[in-house]
Ligand binder design. Structure first.
Ligand code: UGA
Length: 431
């Protein structure tokens, strides 16, 4: 199939590259010409394991193309994916202006019947709106049908997830359009679930909101465990053995971050509010998440009430491992607070430092390895559970002024920290 993908952010690029890898001819379109020139050479604008290799291979085999020219991109497309951003507005709702503009562009350039696939996460009812915009803006007498096909990839394992996902959801008004999308996705070997458009849109929000709920739930349990002297990891393991609960997404920590959960939970609260329904449970989930980041700092403040001039090592800046994405990362709030309290911050992350430099407080300093970050520090805070952090030789903490480790990700066993005389505060486990 000839496919065009509009938007080469995280979702669009991974979608385009993996569709080319299973044999489709794909043109990725983006308005950022500089980015297009780099991608043409196989340089990925995001850090995602396996993505650059897959890009390079498919460019060489002539199946993957990049352009900033909409007309060129749409010329031979039988199917066009919309994968542009839907950023959060101040009130928590999703800003749909990019999606709507792309819908107009598609209609303007359309010269044949085309299936238009919405990959961007859009509020329930948006696909109907996109269909109306397209129908109103068509120049030629052609039929464009909009299909909802939400994305469930996780950053850091997106390529793996493309070929090993749990489901592909297709929401369509006609069997014909749904079947075209099913056929496109057949080579991935992932189970397909077909439904109506509104339900497909809701599946995306409900799934992210449910996962966020699991995280806030276990974080609340962890806070109670700390007060009672129980161990949240054992609690989660014991709970997870019940197949109805499942053992995934029960890792207590410093709350969820990233470009999806924080934005999508707030958007779903808005979506419900728009139809006069108060989503009380989800409001609680969001509140708990905001509280959770502060708890790590509270533990530090309890141990070191005056941070003026204290040197604090921060390990991990990205919102989770295997990504350089800093969006809604706990490190934003944590480093800002540390600097505000007069601390000297020495941060380390294996891949996110370049992105961090663009957004973190200018006073944050950066180390080139875990060892350099930790050396001579008064406390070490762990924000991201990179393997490099998990597997560090514990002797490294002996180079601190005093071995105080406050871990927001439970990277180490309690026993090993005790055996190494490290004062270790983790999440939901006894000190
Ligand atoms: C999430 C969903 O998992 C994907 O299915 C979805 O496609 C994506 O959002 C999206 O809507 O595009 P992602 O944001 O890449 O994917 O990251 P996750 O692996 O889900 O982690 C999100 C946050 O939750 C991270 O900050 C992570 O540290 C935190 N988390 C996750 C926990 O604190 N505990 C857990 O047990 C799991």
């Amino acid at each position: 199939m000839n496919i065009a993908v509009v938007g080469t952010g995280y979702v669009g690029l991974v979608t385009g590259v993996s569709l080319s890898d299973v044999g489709h001819t794909v043109t990725c379109i983006d308005i950022d010409n500089e980015k297009i020139l780099k991608m043409k050479q196989g340089i990925s604008p995001i850090y995602e394991p396996g993505l650059s290799d897959m890009m390079t291979r498919n460019i060489h085999e002539g199946r993957l193309h990049f352009t900033s020219d909409h007309q060129e991109g749409f010329e031979s497309a039988e199917v066009i994916y919309i994968a542009v951003g839907t950023p959060e507005r101040e009130d928590g709702s999703a800003d749909l202006s990019f999606v709507e503009q792309v819908a107009k562009d598609i209609a303007f350039h359309a010269i044949r019947n085309t299936v238009v696939v919405t990959k961007s996460t859009v509020p329930v009812g948006t696909n109907d709106k996109i269909q109306s915009i397209i129908d109103e803006s068509l120049v030629q007498q052609v039929n464009l049908e909009v299909v909802s096909n939400p994305e469930f990839l996780k950053e850091g394992s997106a390529i793996y997830d493309s070929f090993n996902g749990d489901r592909i959801v297709i929401g369509a008004n006609s069997k014909e359009a749904a079947n075209i999308l099913e056929e496109i996705n057949k080579p991935f070997g992932v189970p397909v679930f077909k439904t109506d458009i509104k339900s497909a849109e809701m599946i995306k929000y409900a799934s992210n909101a449910f996962l966020a709920t699991k995280i806030s739930f276990i974080n609340e349990i962890s806070n109670i465990c700390e007060r009672l002297g129980a161990n949240v990891e054992d609690v989660a393991n014991g709970m997870g053995m019940d197949k109805r609960i499942g053992d995934k997404f029960l890792n207590a920590g410093i709350g969820y971050g990233g470009s999806c959960f924080p934005k999508d939970t707030k958007a779903l609260i808005q979506i419900a509010g728009n139809v006069e329904y108060e989503f009380e449970l989800l409001k609680g989930v969001v509140k708990v998440n905001q509280k959770q980041q502060g708890l790590l700092l509270a533990k530090l403040n309890e141990r070191i009430p005056d941070l003026t001039g204290k040197r604090i090592a921060v390990l991990g800046l990205a919102f989770k491992p295997n990504t350089d994405d800093m969006r809604e990362a706990a490190s934003l709030v944590v480093t800002e607070n540390l600097i505000y309290s007069g601390a000297e911050v020495m941060a380390y992350d294996p891949v996110a430092i370049d992105n961090a430099k663009k957004i973190l407080n200018d006073d944050v300093r950066y180390a080139s390895c875990v060892e350099d970050a930790v050396k001579n520090s008064d406390a070490t805070l762990i924000l991201t559970e990179w393997d490099e952090v998990r597997n560090v030789d514990l002797d490294v903490f002996k180079s601190m002024n005093y071995p105080l480790v406050i871990d927001g990700r439970n990277c180490f066993e309690l026993e090993e920290m005790k055996d190494n005389n490290i004062e270790y505060h983790s999440v939901g486990r006894p000190v």
